[in-house]
Write a protein that binds this ligand. Structure first.
Ligand SMILES: *Cc1c(COP(=O)(O)O)cnc(C)c1O
Length: 407
């Protein structure tokens, strides 16, 4: 299929917005499949598993779609694990990497039979003392590599709370030896939006070196960080070259240690970002002394990435795509600075026009809230041009649902 066929058309997006109202998140199943197939193809020559990092987007239908196209699942909370099981994943298809949770949450994961990934020495000791080698685990390491689009989404640097420092290897070994823990895998996840594949390869070098310490090792999990293009000039992580180079490094290592290893990855953004569209309505055009604002019927309570990470989302006027371009700043309706896009060339926009934010599949709806007592948007999934509502828009009653009136 060509590139364009993988995009929903303005007509499709507008029709959905007209039917289900705005703001609305729209996901395109075929685009998710396309991304997954790219990864599979790039790593076809190696024994590789892809665990969809579902914190990017957990609608149960997306999880079921992932299951049907063949991904495994990466979870960071016990509720994500339960959602995964509810969607039909087998426990051993699920990788559970919690951070700063109560130990009981790790135990709950063990009871459910999922892969447990431990990210601190304290829990390693507790798990080892309680279960010994009876339940294999993997260890999340911090390789101290600065990677990722910006500091907030980088997880492998020296100040990061994630993983166990590779400099604590001696301590890890002590715990493993004393408690007879069965270490089945090693894991790193150094950040999101890594453009330079050499960062993966450096991290892999570090991991391969450490893998020698663990005779029962079966897999190395390189986490994620696959980047997708948000801006027109952006690049996507070159998964093809990465697949080739990782494959070569693994082959050499397997030869050296005389056994096969599996490679695991945990892509979130790469699989779902570009499948997502967020359609809003221009409520007001406001000319000030300094700029022209388009005020839309949404805010950072629905799409927080621009305000939180200074993320760039392409935005287009899908009601008047051929209109002459003007310069606008697109803002939301939250009573706080709430800017989606600064100084953008957008086709001339009138009140009532539909604007679309692209690459809204990952960390979009998932990070939404009811701030300002606004309602969370609806979610729609398009599969083979069939349109399915997969989450109703919040209603006013939802705002009061868990409140207990005592006055
Ligand atoms: C968030 C996360 C991912 C996914 O990161 P993306 O940048 O969305 O691909 C993978 N693994 C773990 C452990 C994560 O926390």
């Amino acid at each position: 299929m060509n590139k364009l066929s993988m995009q929903l058309s303005n007509e499709q997006l507008s029709a959905i917005a007209n039917e289900y109202g705005t703001p609305v998140y729209i996901y395109h199943a075929e685009k998710i499949k396309e991304q997954y197939n790219k990864l599979k193809k790039a790593f076809a020559k190696t024994d590789t598993r892809f665990f969809y990092a579902c914190k990017a987007l957990t609608n149960i239908n997306i999880l079921k779609l992932m299951k049907s196209i063949g991904t495994d699942l990466d979870c960071v909370s016990i509720n994500e694990v339960k959602l995964g099981l509810a969607a039909g994943f087998e426990p051993q298809q699920i990788m559970f990497t919690p951070n700063s949770v109560d130990f009981s949450e790790v135990e709950a994961g063990k009871e459910l039979g999922v892969n447990i990934n431990i990210d601190n020495i304290s829990f390693l000791e507790r798990f080892g003392n309680k279960y010994g080698g009876s339940y294999p685990i993997s260890i999340r390491l911090n390789p101290h590599i600065m990677a990722g689009g910006n500091y907030k989404i980088s997880t492998g640097h020296v100040d990061s709370k994630f993983g166990i420092s590779i400099h604590q290897m001696r301590h890890i070994e002590r715990v493993v030896k004393t408690t007879k823990l069965h270490v089945r895998g090693l894991h790193i996840h150094t950040g999101s939006e890594i453009k330079d594949i050499n960062l993966f390869l450096n991290a892999l070098d570090v991991m391969l070196d450490l893998a020698r310490h663990f005779p029962k090792i079966e897999f190395l999990d390189l986490g994620s960080g696959f980047k997708v293009p948000y801006e027109e000039t952006d690049i996507e992580t070159d998964v093809e070259t990465l697949g080739k180079k990782v494959g070569e490094a693994f082959k050499a290592f397997e030869k050296e240690i005389g056994k096969k290893l599996q490679i695991w990855f945990e892509p979130g953004k790469y699989l779902v970002s570009e499948s997502g569209y967020f359609v809003v309505k221009a409520n007001v055009i406001k000319q000030t002394t300094a700029t022209v604002f388009v005020g839309v019927d949404s805010g950072f309570n629905h799409l927080i990435r621009p305000m939180f990470y200074e993320a760039y989302h392409r935005v287009e006027n899908i009601s008047n795509p051929k209109g002459s371009e003007r310069i606008y700043t697109v803002v939301g309706n939250i009573c706080e600075t709430d800017t989606f896009a600064w100084d953008r060339k957008i086709a001339e926009t009138h009140e009532g026009d539909l604007l679309c934010f692209y690459n809204a599949g990952a960390y979009g709806f998932e990070m939404s809230s009811n701030f300002n007592s606004r309602l969370k948007p609806a979610e729609v999934l398009v599969i083979n041009n069939d349109v399915h509502l997969i989450r109703r828009r919040d209603t006013f009653e939802d705002l009061l649902r868990n409140q207990i009136e005592v006055l």
